[in-house]
Design a protein around this ligand. Structure first.
Ligand code: SF4
Length: 701
């Protein structure tokens, strides 16, 4: 007979930034099944991950005891993970021993080598309160701004460009606004795979007459229903977008009134795009001049046009420049500040927006307040009851910079909460060697991840359904996630663990409930100042900005002005910068990495979810059938991919959605950790690595 739940708990999906609300159906502390709730972003819809990706929480690999590395267990930068043999490497410890060891070693490094010898990575998988408390621990307990998280690897460049151009790093309009748009441009994003419920709203909009333009080097599923599909050559975003702007300028389709009343810097932009005629750019980006002209005119002249983008735009050494072009397109045409218009970088992880808002980044305190601003520093010293001059006024190191600093001996100790840089960092072999070289690594996670395997201490943490906290989705919706089950064994809530470490570093924190952390957050973050815990309990979700209690929250922003000092947005002209590593005779192909529908990021959760793992159990490379034939391989054969940094072997899958010469590989498979091949070259502004382009070669076997 089917089990009947004894409890139903309203919460939020743990995976992507769409932030679907769901109900956990529980019996005997086990999740039986999950259903969609009528949340603002999903209206009862869920994708395969949200619906079937929950039983990772009950997986036998869950960490249930604190672990300490055995003295005779060498750290290796590379390894084959075998959770069953974990006790060869680690021994169980009590919480008291593990916490004392973890914090004691961090303290010793801080006292001997200075505050900047420590760093912390938090996670967009955690709640807002966890992100806030973690960054506070690093800033106050460690004493530097060396704190970052996976936003550095996904939309850091979009955020830099947005803050610079329009004064806010978040979206201007919610995804659902596609239903109010006449024209929607999706560039460098594959929502059907990465934001599946958002894709359903886009499909609904197209059915109701919205004209969809998909721009991408890979043909996504949405391209099938697009009014136009522009399959531009990889790495040529700026050529395509500057050419579109050239058309809009030369055809006189700019919104003069908007430009004059609400922007600065237009003349410089206009001058810059003069050299980017569609005829000149067509051979570079691979899109004919007439199509560029058609799409530019369509976007500029519609009543309401909206742009959504993903990591195809952001994960380049010119990721910030790509986003600057998208912002300029919206500004020059006045396609922002109204329903159905605007700019929407589709945020990846379910709380990457919230974790960034909460200050889990090295250059800004919560709410994007600069660490270099003495007034901001003073306000946080006051809020956190610290003596004047305590906080560090210099920006900290970003994710990839931390790995280099470890190699140089500058960073010697780290605390990693919920991140898996051994899988997610570019040039992963280098990242693993760096992690292995630390004097002391503390990892807090729910599984023995590839990063945890290199730790000195592992602290068993809580999964999403095991804790209460708030999460902010891609639409700026702050939503309540509620505890549905208890953590297994001796695993503990992440907030409790952070506070235990803080206490052992000499901090006297007295948060008895997660709501007290949220309350402190809203008093240091003006954008959520009006959101109370009670209201979230009652309403489940509130959009920010919500400055005063009782404010409804603004889903569409920049209606009257932009949150920059002048109130005006700024155009930033850009030129073409080629990828850091181009194909050549030795490595003639291009590697593009990303995600697949059934798996999430480094796979630590979804590969332990029974249904999802059954659908996609093996590492795969998507290769054009003609490229497969050229290497003498057939679908299902093992192929080896190599770059200058490493090699992996995995199964070939025939796929003609990428152009010839470009191979796509998801980064979730530890057996074929594709980031061993990727290039750690960084965008100079956002320090985001170039995951979307590096040179490789492929061979059968
Ligand atoms: Fe979860 Fe995203 Fe799927 Fe919604 S679309 S169910 S948030 S993974």
């Amino acid at each position: 007979a089917l089990a009947v739940p004894d409890k139903q708990v309203a919460s939020v999906c743990p995976y992507c930034g769409v932030g679907c609300q769901l109900t956990y159906n529980i019996k005997d502390n086990k999740i039986l099944y999950v259903e969609g709730r009528d949340g603002p972003a999903n209206h009862e819809r869920l994708c395969v991950k949200g619906r079937y990706g929950f039983d990772y929480a009950h997986h036998p690999h869950r960490l249930t005891k604190p672990l300490i590395r055995r003295a005779d267990a060498p750290k290796r930068g590379d390894f084959t993970m075998d959770p069953d043999n974990v006790m060869d490497v680690f021994r169980e410890a009590s919480w008291e021993e593990a916490l004392a060891f973890a914090a004691g070693q961090l303290k010793q490094i801080r006292d001997q080598h200075g505050k900047k010898a420590l760093a912390g990575f938090g996670s967009a998988k955690g709640s807002n309160e966890e992100a806030y408390l973690f960054q506070k621990l690093v800033r106050v307990g460690f004493g530097s701004n060396n704190v970052d998280h996976c936003t550095r690897l996904c939309h850091a460049s979009s955020v830099v460009a947005l803050l610079e151009g329009i004064g806010s790093g978040a979206v201007s309009n919610p995804v659902m606004d596609v239903t109010k748009a006449e024209v929607v441009i999706i560039i460098g994003a594959n929502p059907t795979v990465n934001h599946p419920v958002a894709a359903t709203w886009i499909k609904n909009a197209v059915r109701n007459g919205t004209q969809l333009v998909v721009c991408d080097p890979r043909r996504s599923e949405l391209a099938r229903i697009a009014h136009r599909f522009l399959q531009f050559k990889p790495d040529t975003d700026v050529a395509l977008l500057n050419a579109m702007m050239h058309v809009i300028v030369t055809d006189g389709l700019v919104d003069r009134e908007f430009i004059e009343s609400r922007t600065v810097g237009y003349e410089e932009l206009k001058q810059n795009v003069e050299g980017y005629s569609p005829e000149k750019m067509a051979p570079i980006c691979g899109i004919d001049a007439d199509t560029i002209k058609y799409v530019a005119r369509l976007y500029a002249t519609s009543r309401a046009s909206m742009i959504l983008w993903g990591m195809g735009v952001s994960q380049h050494i010119h990721g910030t420049d790509n986003a600057r072009c998208l912002i300029a397109l919206a500004l020059m045409t006045g396609q922002i500040g109204r329903p159905g218009t605007g700019l929407h970088p589709l945020r990846g992880q379910n709380n990457v927006q919230g974790a960034s808002d909460a200050g889990l980044i090295p250059m800004m305190y919560p709410d994007y307040q600069h660490v270099t601003d003495p007034k901001v520093q003073a306000s946080f010293e006051q809020a956190w009851k610290l003596p004047v001059g305590t906080l560090d006024s210099t920006p900290g190191l970003t994710v990839v910079e931390v790995m280099h600093a470890i190699k140089k001996g500058e960073i010697r100790g780290m605390y990693v909460m919920g991140e898996n840089p051994a899988m997610s960092d570019p040039d992963a072999t280098h990242a693993r060697e760096s992690l292995a070289a630390l004097d002391h690594l503390v990892v807090q996670d729910i599984f023995l991840t590839e990063t945890a395997y290199l730790a000195d201490v592992i602290l068993p943490a809580s999964a999403f359904p095991e804790k209460t906290g708030t999460f902010t989705n891609t639409d700026r919706l702050v939503q309540m996630g509620r505890q549905a089950i208890d953590p297994p064994g001796d695993a503990r809530q992440d907030l409790w663990i952070i506070q235990q470490i803080a206490e052992r570093l000499g901090l006297d924190w007295q948060y008895s409930h997660v709501s007290e952390v949220f309350d402190e957050m809203r008093h240091t973050m003006p954008s959520i100042g009006g959101i109370t815990w009670d209201r979230l309990e009652r309403e489940h979700a509130v959009t920010y900005p919500c400055v005063k209690e009782g404010d409804p929250g603004e889903s569409v922003v920049f209606v009257d002005d932009f949150p920059r000092e002048s109130g005006r947005a700024r155009f930033v002209p850009v030129d073409i910068i080629p990828a850091a590593e181009r194909p050549d005779a030795e490595y003639p192909m291009v590697l593009i990495t990303g995600r697949q529908l059934e798996h999430w990021h480094t796979g630590s959760m979804t590969r332990r979810a029974t249904v999802l793992d059954a659908i996609e159990p093996d590492p795969i490379a998507l290769i054009h059938p003609l490229d497969l034939a050229a290497m003498g391989a057939r679908p299902g054969d093992i192929v080896t991919l190599e770059s200058r940094r490493g090699a992996v072997s995995l199964y070939a899958r025939a796929d003609d959605s990428s152009p010839r010469g470009a191979i796509f590989v998801p980064f979730c498979f530890y057996e074929a950790a594709i980031n061993k091949l990727t290039n750690a070259a960084l965008d100079p502004y956002a320090k985001i690595p170039e995951f979307k382009y590096c040179a490789i070669r492929a061979s059968l076997g």
